[in-house]
Write a new protein. Structure first.
Length: 255
């Protein structure tokens, strides 16, 4: 059995802010020259809801690949305040992580795996890069301004800010960063194979978002629908196991 080595690092994004990063690697050399980079969603840390990115990461390391988990600025142990987070700041963070991976894992193929808003960040980041090999998007969040403005806009218009259910402050700067952002066009522009995995009972981000992405970018996307799956398959071990099995099968069929 392959054991996992873990390293915690801080990767600089600007001259005064850095993101906390966890690098997980096989403890023995592996011929599988792959690095998975995980992009977490809104108002959670880099382990994702129910810490299931860690579960996935351990499975990947057992296959002999490297994994990079990180907290976007304003989340987890990274610098910055959540209230200052924007789509642009998350794109900058992911770019810094991918630059680090390119420099420290030469000759490895990079697979970027995002969930919810983190999947949208993957799309907008990779649309402007050419160094990723595959992309996976669980519970894709798209139509960003429309959906987040519906969720937060009224209170932000009235008082300039609001709070998430877990007490994180959200300001107008976040909503403004979502304007004129076409996530479907970004996915189409990536020009790499992309797997969309979505539960058909998702109450947070409707499966219609992934269905639309698949229709618009049919030449480079594959859609897998998980029956009765909720957002991120939280508290659903059967659906989570199915989504993970299908995702890893899709990846390893292409490497």
């Amino acid at each position: 059995m392959i054991e996992c080595k873990k390293r915690h690092m801080r990767i600089e994004v600007s001259h005064y802010e850095a993101v906390h990063t966890l690098i997980m690697s096989p403890d023995v050399p592996s011929p599988l020259r792959l690095v998975f980079v995980f992009s977490h969603g809104f108002s959670v840390d880099g382990t994702e809801s129910a810490r299931h990115f860690l579960d996935i990461a351990n499975r990947i390391v057992e296959h002999g690949a490297h994994v990079v988990l990180f907290d976007y600025r304003g989340s987890g142990y990274s610098d910055g305040l959540f209230e200052d987070m924007t789509l642009e700041s998350e794109i900058a963070d992911l770019n810094s992580i991918l630059d680090f991976v390119s420099a420290h894992f030469p000759g490895h193929r990079v697979i970027v795996w995002g969930e919810s808003l983190g999947a949208a960040v993957v799309a907008h980041t990779l649309a402007a890069r050419s160094d990723a090999f595959l992309a996976l998007m669980w519970s894709l969040s798209a139509d960003l301004y429309q959906r987040y403005n519906y969720r937060f806009g009224k209170e932000i218009d009235e008082q300039g800010y609001t709070y998430t259910d877990n007490g994180l402050k959200v300001k107008r700067i976040f909503l403004d960063s979502l304007k004129n952002r076409d996530t479907y066009a970004a996915i189409k522009s990536m020009h790499i194979p992309c797997l969309l995995v979505h539960g058909n009972a998702d109450p947070v981000a409707s499966i219609d978002l992934s269905r639309t992405a698949h229709r618009i970018a049919s030449e480079n996307t594959t859609l897998m629908e998980i029956r009765d799956g909720n957002h991120g398959f939280e508290g659903q071990p059967q659906q989570f196991s199915e989504a993970l099995h299908l995702s890893l099968e899709w990846v390893f069929a292409r490497v």
